[in-house]
Design a protein around this ligand. Structure first.
Ligand code: HEC
Ligand code: HEC
Ligand code: HEC
Ligand code: HEC
Ligand code: HEC
Ligand code: HEC
Ligand code: HEC
Length: 312
């Protein structure tokens, strides 16, 4: 059961203005930019049905009809909700349904124009989480791009996929301990990145410092040890080599976000070796002191005794 939670008087005026026209050609934006209301969808999620007309018109999709994506929507209060939806979109809509708040068809509608990107995402580790494992933890378009109505070019500083916002956008999930634990990912990816040479430079504002997507890709992100991943051992020299001319196998082993542990042999055994070294230096020093002390005591007591004896 859907329930209008809060409606301003503007709504009534808008209904009055657009209902007559709506019966022929629906004027969605007039109505939706005057309604400040939130509704509860059948899943119990609260959605805000207000659309900022100005922001929408300035977005990359500002010249699209609402019905390009909203091919299908509820029949209340709308009078002509359903345009024919092609089979491909319908199938996709049923697959992405668990990720949708209210309109899975709209979420699948991106496929009409961004099919290649959609396919790449479906084939990525993130997409497989949704399409194969049937989970909702992996990101779909809006998890990375924000509201579908206000998408700006990635060059715009407000875009969540702008170079300077990527850390937060990926961090939304990769900072979460529950997600990392559930999928066996190292829990400190974001912290480790921030501590790295790259992260420090990035935070200082150097635009040539790599951020997540420079090494992992965006829509086609794979498990790091998948041979198709740009950071797999087979491709890593090329990936680092984009910026580090003459990078070789030894150089590219320098980067890891893993905390020091058995998965990270170089750092792990390196650290163990260091501890061993320290301990042996320690043991040697203490041993030395004890031996020294012993020889002193021996000299003082026994030798003295002997010497005294000799002197006698
Ligand atoms: C007469 C005003 C009015 C017009 C015109 C209008 N809407 Fe709505 N719309 C509403 C109201 C009110 C709701 C909340 C209804 C509810 O409780 O589900 C809503 C809900 C929605 C929703 C979210 C929930 C759902 O049911 O899917 C979508 C999507 C939507 N409208 C799209 C559109 C599109 C696309 C158009 C143009 C073809 C349009 N609307 C035209 C008033 C309007
Ligand atoms: C580029 C595709 C696209 C266009 C164009 C578009 N929408 Fe949406 N809209 C979506 C998607 C995707 C959702 C979220 C679906 C979900 O998660 O259930 C959505 C959700 C909504 C909702 C539910 C509340 C919300 O924000 O999640 C309303 C209401 C709505 N759209 C109205 C409109 C109106 C009115 C227009 C035209 C001014 C419009 N949309 C244009 C893709 C679009
Ligand atoms: C009717 C075709 C169409 C549909 C449907 C559509 N888009 Fe787009 N999209 C475009 C066009 C055209 C551009 C602008 C391309 C440009 O300016 O280079 C664009 C640009 C984008 C951009 C790029 C912004 C940038 O960085 O330049 C994103 C992200 C995007 N769309 C996401 C979506 C999502 C998510 C959906 C589904 C909710 C969707 N699009 C649905 C046509 C569409
Ligand atoms: C994991 C996060 C993530 C997801 C999920 C995601 N995108 Fe993107 N998208 C990005 C990033 C990051 C960029 C900017 C890429 C760059 O700077 O090269 C981008 C760029 C784009 C562009 C601009 C063209 C381009 O390649 O630069 C379009 C269009 C787009 N995305 C559409 C989509 C659509 C449609 C979906 C859902 C099928 C989607 N994205 C899902 C992160 C994501
Ligand atoms: C300089 C290249 C580079 C950058 C930048 C980078 N990564 Fe990685 N990432 C790697 C490499 C190489 C691996 C391979 C595994 C390892 O040694 O940690 C990896 C592994 C991962 C893993 C799997 C780790 C595990 O142990 O399960 C995740 C998740 C990840 N990266 C996310 C991110 C995120 C999020 C960002 C941005 C904050 C990021 N990466 C930035 C190169 C990079
Ligand atoms: C909505 C949450 C979410 C967002 C946003 C997100 N991820 Fe993920 N990511 C996941 C989940 C969940 C997995 C594990 C999926 C699985 O194994 O089924 C994952 C897996 C990964 C892996 C594979 C780790 C490995 O084992 O090697 C990498 C790399 C990665 N993400 C990078 C990124 C980058 C880069 C971004 C930002 C552009 C990003 N993610 C944004 C949820 C997210
Ligand atoms: C987008 C470009 C870019 C990519 C891709 C990149 N780096 Fe870097 N890297 C930089 C920049 C910029 C610095 C900082 C250089 C400085 O301070 O002089 C840096 C610094 C470093 C340093 C520290 C000092 C030095 O210059 O030797 C190491 C080690 C390093 N990167 C390793 C890697 C590895 C390994 C990869 C691949 C997994 C990689 N980088 C990928 C741009 C990049």
């Amino acid at each position: 059961m859907r329930k209008i939670l809060r409606v301003l008087p503007g709504f009534l005026i808008a209904v009055f203005l657009c209902v007559p026209a709506f019966a022929q050609s629906p004027n969605c934006i007039i109505c939706h930019s005057s309604i400040k209301a939130r509704i509860k969808d059948p899943k119990g999620i609260v959605v805000d049905i207000y659309i900022d007309a100005d922001r929408f018109s300035k977005s990359v999709h500002g010249n699209l009809d609402c019905t390009t994506c909203h091919i299908r929507f509820s029949d209340n209060p709308h009078m002509q909700p359903n345009l024919p939806v092609n089979k491909e979109i319908l199938t996709l809509a049923s697959e992405v349904e668990p990720k949708a708040k209210i309109e899975p068809v709209a979420l699948a509608a991106c496929y009409q124009c961004h099919g290649q990107i959609y396919d790449a995402l479906k084939d990525s580790i993130h997409g497989k989480n949704i399409f194969v494992q049937k989970q909702t933890d992996g990101p779909l378009c809006l998890d990375c791009h924000g509201s579908p109505h206000y998408i700006m070019p990635k060059e715009d500083r407000t875009s969540p996929v702008n170079h300077w916002n990527i850390l937060n956008t990926c961090g939304k999930c990769h900072n979460r301990e529950d997600i990392s634990k559930k999928y066996g990912l190292s829990t400190e990816v974001i912290e480790r990145y921030k501590e790295s040479f790259h992260g420090k430079k990035y935070i200082l504002g150097y635009s040539n410092a790599p951020i997540c997507t420079d090494c992992h890709g965006a829509h086609d992100i794979k498990n790091w040890d998948d041979p198709d991943s740009p950071v797999s051992w087979g491709h890593r020299v090329a990936t680092c080599g984009k910026c580090h001319k003459g990078a070789n196998k030894k150089f590219v082993a320098a980067i890891t976000h893993k905390p020091v542990g058995k998965d990270n042999p170089v750092a792990y055994y390196g650290e163990k070796l260091l501890i061993l070294l320290l301990l042996s230096v320690f043991a040697f020093t203490i041993g030395h002191v004890i031996l020294e002390a012993y020889s002193e005591i021996r000299d003082n007591i026994f030798r003295k005794g002997k010497e005294e004896h000799h002197e006698k």
